[in-house]
Design a binder for this molecule. Structure first.
Ligand SMILES: [Zn+2]
Ligand SMILES: [Zn+2]
Length: 334
């Protein structure tokens, strides 16, 4: 069973569903709010499109809304990386980009609001777009909440505290009263948490980054962002395919198109085409485009998704592989 939906759901009556994944931040490099001019253009396009299009005549407002493509009626969101994974009552958070602020507000409506919450936060690395939301993550201020921080970085605690010294932020991290424990992971390690396992693989990125493969009851979710493949590390492709093999969902760094990636060698990011190729060779069912370049508008994200779909159709038409652009609020069940 493999469902995609866009709703808030804490209830999981269907026992074939092992994980619920929700995207709170999908942008790379820096938060990128939609510009007023982009919003105005969408409104103009919609007014003209609806008034002039005969096929909308007699339809209800919801019927019309459902027919309009996402990039025209909404936005993919402007927050930097943060993804929630719920497994059998466990709360896992991948990265603490600006999207974690909104996740924090959702969690405050649950046991985290009463100081009874427990979560594990897994960091890919500490480039600013992956940690900048931590000072605004409300559950960390509530005494009684328990957080475990995981990364490959021995001094993660100091790095996080470093972005909250008085020169940069008014509130010291020591003032965040929740319990905070720090754990160091190792490259190629598999960590068994009982109800789920987490596998780790180091990625080629300035200062290193890591991919996580989260497995539970035969289902697998992969979070692989901030990674570059070029002539220096093409020999690691086979290892990467092995790590990705058979996963239900792959979230992949799609910062650039293939053409753009040729002009940004060693910037540490990938393209949609490489993500699709890795997914094809790994037998992945669903690839989620992620970590969009800050120059990308909603229209451009729609276009790169189409480029990805045509690429897949041209080289591997028979393959059952979904290509989905990540957006804030996107929820997947696997
Ligand atoms: Zn990044
Ligand atoms: Zn980075």
């Amino acid at each position: 069973m493999n469902k995609e939906q866009n709703k808030n759901s804490n209830v999981n009556p269907d026992h074939s569903i092992k994980m619920i994944i929700r995207y709170y931040g999908v942008r790379g490099s820096i938060p990128t709010p939609m510009l007023p001019a982009d919003l105005e253009n969408k409104i103009k396009y919609l007014i003209v499109g609806i008034l002039k299009n005969k096929k909308f005549k007699g339809l209800t407002i919801n019927e019309i809304f459902n027919k309009i493509p996402h990039h025209l009626k909404s936005t993919y969101g402007g927050n930097t990386p943060c993804v929630l994974v719920k497994i059998k009552g466990h709360t896992l958070i991948l990265d603490g980009g600006s999207g974690i602020r909104e996740l924090g507000l959702d969690l405050m409506g649950q046991e985290f609001g009463q100081g009874k919450g427990k979560a594990k936060i897994f960091f890919s690395h500490t480039h600013w777009d992956h940690i900048q939301g931590i000072p605004f993550f409300a559950p960390l201020f509530i005494p009684g909440n328990q957080f475990e921080f995981y990364s490959l970085i021995p001094d993660l605690e100091n790095r996080l505290k470093g972005q909250q010294i008085p020169t940069y932020f008014p509130i010291d991290m020591n003032y965040m009263a929740a319990e905070k424990k720090f754990f160091i992971l190792n490259d190629k390690e598999t960590k068994d948490f009982g109800d789920f396992k987490v596998k780790i693989m180091k990625l080629n990125h300035p200062g290193d980054s890591i991919a996580y493969r989260i497995e539970s009851d035969g289902k697998a979710f992969i979070y692989s962002t901030d990674v570059e493949f070029n002539e220096k590390n093409y020999d690691t492709m086979a290892e990467t395919i092995e790590f990705f093999k058979g996963a239900d969902v792959l979230t992949f760094d799609s910062q650039y198109t293939l053409k753009e990636s040729f002009t940004k060698i060693d910037w540490g990011h990938s393209s949609i085409q490489i993500g699709i190729d890795l997914a094809r060779h790994s037998g992945i069912k669903k690839v989620i485009l992620f970590h969009y370049d800050p120059t990308y508008t909603d229209k451009k994200i729609h276009e790169i998704t189409r480029i990805g779909l045509s690429y897949k159709k041209a080289i591997d038409p028979e393959r059952d592989l979904e290509i989905i652009p990540a957006r804030e609020g996107l929820e997947l069940e696997i």
